[in-house]
Ligand binder design. Sequence first.
Ligand code: SF4
Length: 92
Amino acid sequence: MPSAPGPATDWRDLAACAGLPDHVVFARRPKAALPALRACAGCAVRHPCLEVVDPRASWFDGVCAGRLWRNGREVRISADARTAVRVKEQQP
Ligand code: SF4
């Protein structure tokens, strides 16, 4: 007999950044945001994160869907920082 379904999983329960401190997830500078950007690289819920946060419309500050945002605009990340994130993406 199949078991009754449990409560629906909220996408936030699958967020790879869960547990990171607020000052990392809501960082305004690339260096401070790197741990969150690395988490995004392996996050299964990037799409819902982007849809729900809607950084441009919400004038978001922080990391969302693998990008750093400040006042709803994407912050440029240096080539070195991007390399550090890509290394994480290539890891199993
Ligand atoms: S995409 Fe990044 S910011 Fe969004 S939930 Fe995943 S790890 Fe967190």
